[in-house]
Ligand binder design. Structure first.
Ligand SMILES: CC(C)(COP(=O)(O)OP(=O)(O)OC[C@H]1O[C@@H](n2cnc3c(N)ncnc32)[C@H](O)[C@@H]1OP(=O)(O)O)[C@@H](O)C(=O)NCCC(=O)NCCS
Length: 153
């Protein structure tokens, strides 16, 4: 059977899954406390989205919208479910959220050494806006990427 992929708003019940995936996916993971504040909606401008595969947690994205700029702060998928379209579903939902909030573009930073994420973003139409040398704690350069956001007709 074709798997069902669905994106929804995160709740406090997702904090444990999100925090565990943070620790797996990022060298500079966010704390459980910060994730909890985001998931319960108490951080201004920030929205947490969760994607489920057949009803089970599969990944999450964090998007912040300030005026016309939306920022994709995080996107991560459980290792065993990568390359099956899960992050693409999250990105579609993040774009739709940004459009509803009135953003004109979606920005993000990606590590220069993260080839998988760069391929993912290129596939989805992001282009390079600039570079931030030494942006990450370990000295790695960040690429700043951008894609236009338009309201669906
Ligand atoms: C980057 C990440 C979110 C992609 O998630 P995903 O669910 O595997 O992505 P999708 O299945 O939707 O991929 C769509 C397309 O992106 C590209 N892509 C994704 N992962 C790729 C990889 N490892 N290598 C090359 N291209 C890749 C491909 O074009 C892919 O299409 P294809 O599988 O038909 O070739 C995932 O690898 C991840 O969670 N990484 C760890 C966290 C991270 O680095 N997040 C980004 C921080 S900026």
């Amino acid at each position: 059977m074709t798997p069902v992929t669905a994106v929804r708003r995160a709740t406090v019940d997702d904090v444990e899954d999100i925090t565990a995936l943070e620790a797996e996916a990022f060298p500079d993971p966010w704390s459980e406390n910060l994730v909890a504040q985001g998931a319960d909606g108490s951080l201004p401008t920030v929205s947490y989205l969760v994607v489920e595969r057949d009803g089970t947690f599969a990944g999450y994205a964090v998007v912040s919208v300030v005026d016309v700029d939306a920022e994709l702060q995080r996107v991560a998928v459980l290792p065993g479910l990568r390359r099956t379209g899960v992050a693409s579903a999250l990105l579609d939902a993040a774009r739709a959220h940004a459009a509803r909030e009135g953003a004109g573009r979606l920005l993000l930073e990606v590590r220069e050494d993260n080839a998988a994420a760069q391929s993912f973003y290129a596939r989805h139409g992001f282009t390079e806006l600039g570079r931030r040398p030494g942006y990450y704690r370990d000295g790695t350069t960040a690429l700043v990427l951008s894609t236009p956001v338009t309201m669906a007709p």
